[in-house]
Design a protein around this ligand. Structure first.
Ligand code: ZN
Length: 343
C-alpha cells in the first residue's frame, strides 16, 4: 500500500470537543458518522497513512453548536486552555500507546515511528493565540513537541491577519504582519519550527515570504485559479512558493476544490486530481503533497475518511502518474520538506 504522510488534520480538536481526554476513541476507532469524525488509528492504518501534522486549533467560544466559520478573535486564556487540553490528549495517546502512535520532533523520529509501525504525529499550532505576544511561552510549546505553526487561523490576532472565508474573493484582505508577528517568524526560523501559510491573508503571506529564511509552505490549501476561495493560493503566491523551494499540501475540502465553491459532498474525486495537476505544473514534483483537513471540513461522499486514501492513489495512477511521483506526493515530499525546515 502507498504510504501517506498528511499535512493537516483536526482530530485533536474533535477528541477534545468530545471530552475524550485520553484519545481512547482515536486509538480504538470504530465510531462512524459525525461523532466518529473522518480519521482515527484503524482508519489511518487502513488507508496507508503513516503519519501527519496534527493541528491544535482553538475554536471561538461561541462555537459550541455554532459555526466553524466564526472568525471573531480569540484571547490568550481561551486559546491556552484549549491548546493545553489538546496537547494533553496527544501526550496521553503517545504515553499510553507508544507502539501505536508517537509524538515526533524531527524526521528521524518520524522514520523510526514508521519503521516500528506506529503512527507519526507531528504537532502543529493553527493560529498562534496561545503564544504570548512577547513569545515568552513559545519555548514551553516547543519543548512539548510543537514543530509547525500557522501564525494565524482565518481571524486576526496579535501577530497577523487571517484570511476570512469568502467566495469568490481574492485573499488580499487586511494588513500584514505586526511587529510581534515579525518576531514570531524570526523565532520559528531560529528554532526550526515550520511556518504554515494556509490561513494567512495575502499581505501577511508576502511579509513572511520576504522575512522567512525557510521554504514557503501551505499545509492545506488549494489553487485559486480553479476555485476562487479566499483560502486558496493565487498563481503569484504559488510562484513565490516554488521560488523558495516550498510546498503545498492539497486540501480535500470540497468548498476549496469546486469551481462554484459550494460545500457539496456530491463532488467527484477527479477535481482533487485537477488541483494536484495544476500544483505540479506550478511547483514541480517536489512541491506538491497532501493536506487532507480530515475532521476539519466537508469532503466528497466516498472520500471522507482516512480509510479512503487508497482511492486517491488509484485516481492518480489512473491519471498516468508513475509510482515514484505518487510516492513523492503522498509522503516523500513532506518528509523532505520537514527535514529541510526542522533540521
Ligand atoms: Zn485549517
Amino acid at each position: 500500500m502507498t504510504a501517506i504522510f498528511d499535512g493537516h488534520n483536526d482530530a485533536l480538536l474533535r477528541l477534545w470537543r468530545a471530552g475524550d481526554d485520553a484519545g481512547a476513541s482515536f486509538i480504538a476507532g470504530g465510531a462512524t458518522g459525525d461523532s466518529g469524525g473522518q480519521i482515527d488509528l484503524p482508519r489511518a492504518r487502513a488507508g496507508g497513512m503513516v503519519g501527519g501534522l496534527f493541528a491544535m486549533f482553538t475554536p471561538p467560544p461561541a462555537l459550541a453548536g455554532g459555526s466553524i466559520f466564526n472568525t471573531e478573535p480569540v484571547g490568550f486564556d481561551v486559546a491556552h486552555h484549549a491548546t493545553q487540553a489538546m496537547l494533553a490528549i496527544a501526550e496521553a495517546m503517545a504515553q499510553n500507546h507508544p507502539d501505536k502512535i508517537r509524538i515526533c520532533r524531527d524526521t528521524g523520529a518520524i522514520r523510526a515511528a514508521v519503521d516500528a509501525g506506529a503512527l507519526a504525529m507531528m504537532l502543529h499550532i493553527e493560529g498562534a493565540e496561545t503564544i504570548k505576544a512577547d513569545l515568552r511561552n513559545f519555548d514551553d510549546l516547543y519543548a512539548r513537541g510543537v514543530r509547525s505553526l500557522g501564525v494565524v487561523w482565518s481571524r486576526d490576532n496579535a501577530f497577523a491577519c487571517g484570511v476570512p472565508f469568502r467566495f469568490p474573493s481574492s485573499p488580499d484582505i487586511g494588513g500584514g504582519l505586526t511587529g510581534a508577528g515579525r518576531d514570531l517568524v524570526r523565532a520559528c526560523n531560529a528554532k526550526g519550527v515550520m511556518i504554515d501559510l494556509s490561513h494567512i491573508n495575502e499581505a501577511g503571506f508576502w511579509d513572511i515570504a520576504k522575512l522567512s529564511s525557510a521554504p514557503l509552505v501551505a499545509t492545506h490549501s488549494n489553487v485559486h485559479a480553479l476555485c476562487a476561495s479566499s483560502r486558496n493560493l493565487t498563481d503569484r503566491q504559488l510562484d513565490a512558493i516554488a521560488e523558495s523551494g516550498g510546498l503545498v499540501g492539497v486540501n480535500f475540502a470540497v468548498g476549496f476544490l469546486r469551481a462554484d465553491g459550494r460545500r457539496d459532498a456530491n463532488t467527484p474525486l477527479e477535481i482533487l486530481v485537477r488541483h494536484i495537476d495544476y500544483l505540479l505544473e506550478r511547483l514541480g514534483e517536489s512541491g506538491v503533497a497532501l493536506g487532507s483537513d480530515f475532521d476539519g471540513a466537508e469532503m466528497a461522499a466516498g472520500f471522507d475518511s482516512a480509510a479512503h486514501l487508497p482511492k486517491l492513489v488509484t485516481a492518480l495512477r489512473g491519471h498516468g502518474y508513475d509510482d515514484a511521483l505518487i510516492a513523492r506526493i503522498c509522503a516523500d515530499n513532506w518528509l523532505a520538506m520537514l527535514e529541510k525546515t526542522l533540521g
